[in-house]
Design a protein. Structure first.
Length: 90
């Protein structure tokens, strides 16, 4: 867990916060089948920090609507690891 948090850009967390995150990680992992992904880890960090994660940057937004067809939206984000990710929804 600690190694992955460092890879995600959270290497500056102090020992107390890391321990609190790990404790919460164990609680969540017991309840969730299939393990936790990066987004889950980042949510745990945000919960412990008490603030919104400002490491993500919105790099693109596209919305398509109209009278015919299916409305869609696509958001592109730059992660703290420098990898660009996108999500689309209808």
């Amino acid at each position: 867990v600690f190694t992955r948090l460092k890879e995600l850009g959270y290497g500056d967390l102090d020992a107390d916060k890391l321990n609190a995150i790990f404790t919460r990680f164990k609680e969540v992992a017991e309840k969730k089948k299939g393990g936790l992904d990066d987004e889950d880890l980042e949510a745990l960090v945000s919960d412990q920090a008490g603030s919104i994660n400002d490491l993500w940057e919105v790099t693109g937004l596209q919305v398509a609507t109209g009278m015919q067809g299916i409305p869609t939206a696509t958001v592109t984000l730059m992660g703290p690891d420098g990898v660009q990710r996108y999500v689309a929804a209808t």
